[in-house]
Design a protein around this ligand. Structure first.
Ligand SMILES: Nc1ncnc2c1ncn2[C@@H]1O[C@H](COP(=O)(O)OP(=O)(O)OP(=O)(O)O)[C@@H](O)[C@H]1O
Ligand SMILES: [Mg+2]
Length: 289
């Protein structure tokens, strides 16, 4: 964009790449199968279409990995980087609309066992990515595993995907409880997925807020809802993103709406906003837990 104001120029352009703020968002949910990976992928592509440089970090070593969803071939992953067999750059995949993907691997779990030297190496490797990205979206695993907590702690924003099912609500509650009472996180941004109507989404948010208001010291923000839409499953089966394959489907339009809200979230201007800091918190978090 032209016409950058002089403040930005002074603060931003003259600083080193590693100081460029990157927005880091973790997508969690507590329960499995609520739509975390689909929300991650489609929001990422929608943000890219809005002009942002986006990277996905697949921190879930489950079955439905991001690379499979997008029909990409993975040969090496973070565990190879950690073993020194290749560079971080070598494992990054190119997805649709210029998005980049760090594929899933046991590496995200192994971070807890890294030596100090390896920590530093990894943090350096990640900080070199800073110039390539504006937004990093981390797709986390279901449950309350250590690495879900570490990623949540290291991120600036937490997107919690919930469905209108008792187990989704109780699992989301359990996750918020542990993150707020034991890890000092209090702000959660809620996406209601697979709703029948927008009203159902709002009611789900209200239901969740009622319980958290009563028992937890947390602040919930409603980002919006995504309707239940068969096109989501179809796109997964075809190994392409919903917003690419069915851009005018109800769920795709909803995903795009979420992205237009997310793009307005403030980006931290301090050093805390850089990716180096994210990685530091990530590796430190995992060793301390
Ligand atoms: N809005 C939707 N409408 C219809 N189906 C959906 C919707 N969102 C997700 N799904 C379907 O639900 C299933 C689970 O979605 P997804 O893999 O994104 O969930 P997840 O939370 O990442 O699961 P996991 O915990 O296993 O990683 C998929 O088959 C997907 O197609
Ligand atoms: Mg998933």
């Amino acid at each position: 964009m032209q016409g950058i104001n002089s403040n930005d120029q002074a603060n931003g352009l003259h600083t080193m790449n590693s100081m460029k703020p990157v927005k880091v968002i973790s997508v969690t949910g507590g329960k499995g199968g609520v739509g975390k990976s689909n929300v991650t992928v489609n929001i990422a592509i929608s943000l890219a279409k809005l002009g942002k440089k986006v990277m996905i970090m697949d921190a879930d070593l489950g079955l439905a990995n991001i690379d499979i969803m997008l029909g990409l071939r993975v040969t090496r992953n973070l565990s190879h980087v950690l073993k020194g067999e290749c560079d971080l750059e070598d494992i990054i995949l190119d997805g649709p609309d210029g998005i980049k993907i760090i594929p899933a691997s046991s590496g995200t779990k192994e971070m807890a066992q890294l030596s100090e030297m390896e920590h530093v190496g990894l943090i350096r490797a990640f900080s070199s990515l800073t110039s390539q990205i504006d937004i990093l979206i981390v797709d986390t695993a279901a449950g309350i595993a250590d690495n879900v907590i570490s990623f949540s702690q290291a991120s600036q924003d937490l997107l919690l995907v919930v469905c209108d099912e008792p187990t989704s609500i109780t699992d989301a509650y359990a996750l918020m409880k542990i993150l707020s009472t034991d890890h000092g996180l209090f702000r959660f941004r809620i996406v209601a997925n697979m709703v029948r109507t927008t009203t159902e989404g709002r009611e789900l948010f209200a239901k969740l807020s009622r319980v958290t208001d009563q028992f937890l010291d947390v602040a919930l923000d409603y980002v919006g809802s995504v309707p239940f839409d068969e096109n989501v499953r179809k796109s997964v089966r075809k190994q392409q993103a919903l917003v690419t394959l069915y851009p005018n489907s109800p769920a795709a339009i909803a995903m795009k709406n979420l992205a237009t809200k997310i793009i307005k979230w403030p980006v931290p201007k301090t050093a805390k906003g850089n990716i180096e800091f994210f990685m530091e918190r990530l590796v430190q978090g995992s060793t301390l837990d």
